[in-house]
Design a protein around this ligand. Structure first.
Ligand SMILES: Cc1cc2nc3c(=O)[nH]c(=O)nc-3n(C[C@H](O)[C@H](O)[C@H](O)COP(=O)(O)O)c2cc1C
Length: 196
């Protein structure tokens, strides 16, 4: 994760306007591998100075409520990191409901993925999400983290143990997410100034 922490100018960015990254947890079942991966991601990203992480755990959200309980948090985010398993070659239904209940909240923002599953490492879920998000005017990063059988990488306490390749994939994904998030936030800011 050194790449995420390396640059000296990141401190200034963090103080002035850290990027708000919403980490969305798509699995709503219990028990779930998502908990180990969420703990890994929150720990790894807590030390990154250019971002503020907000976890939106769909297991704790009532998406059937009359008004969306997460609309405000999605709207405030500059970028999204989706932690999604693969179920039946796709992504979980509650994630689709969360996506479909919102519109402007996603627009002109980047979305990156940490996918996981059996043989394909969640790739089929992630590829389907790449088809969905442009309809909401969101863009997806090329880089992604795909974890094959992450349940085989848990220690006796359920702690996920990434190897160097996984850490590099996370660093590369976050670097690209940052690029898009900064560029698109600047462009959204211009729109706001123009509208004022
Ligand atoms: C209903 C269901 C369908 C699944 N289908 C797939 C699949 O198509 N491809 C795959 O790689 N893994 C599949 N899996 C395995 C899941 O990726 C694996 O159980 C993972 O741990 C689920 O994440 P979670 O425990 O955080 O919910 C499936 C699991 C479930 C429960």
């Amino acid at each position: 994760m050194g790449e995420l922490l390396a640059s000296g100018d990141m401190k200034k960015t963090a103080q002035d306007h850290a990027l708000r990254i919403a980490l969305i947890v798509a699995s709503v079942r219990q028990p779930r591998v998502a908990d180990s991966l969420l703990a890994w991601l929150t720990e790894a990203l807590a030390a990154v100075p250019w971002l503020d992480l907000e976890v939106i755990d769909l297991a704790t959200v009532d998406l059937g409520a009359e008004s969306s309980p997460i609309a405000g948090r999605l709207a405030a985010a500059d970028a999204f990191l989706l932690l999604t398993p693969e179920y039946n070659h796709s992504f979980p239904g509650p994630l689709k409901i969360a996506i479909d209940r919102h519109l402007a909240e996603w627009a002109y923002k980047p979305v990156a993925f940490v996918g996981y599953g059996a043989g394909a490492g969640g790739a089929r879920a992630v590829e389907q999400l790449r088809v969905v998000f442009p309809e909401l005017r969101a863009t997806t990063t090329r880089e992604a983290v795909l974890l094959t059988a992450p349940w085989e990488r848990l220690d006796e306490c359920g702690r996920f143990l990434p190897d160097e390749g996984i850490e590099a994939a996370l660093a590369g994904t976050m670097t690209e997410l940052r690029w898009w998030a900064e560029a698109l936030r600047a462009r959204r800011d211009l729109d706001r100034v123009g509208a004022a």
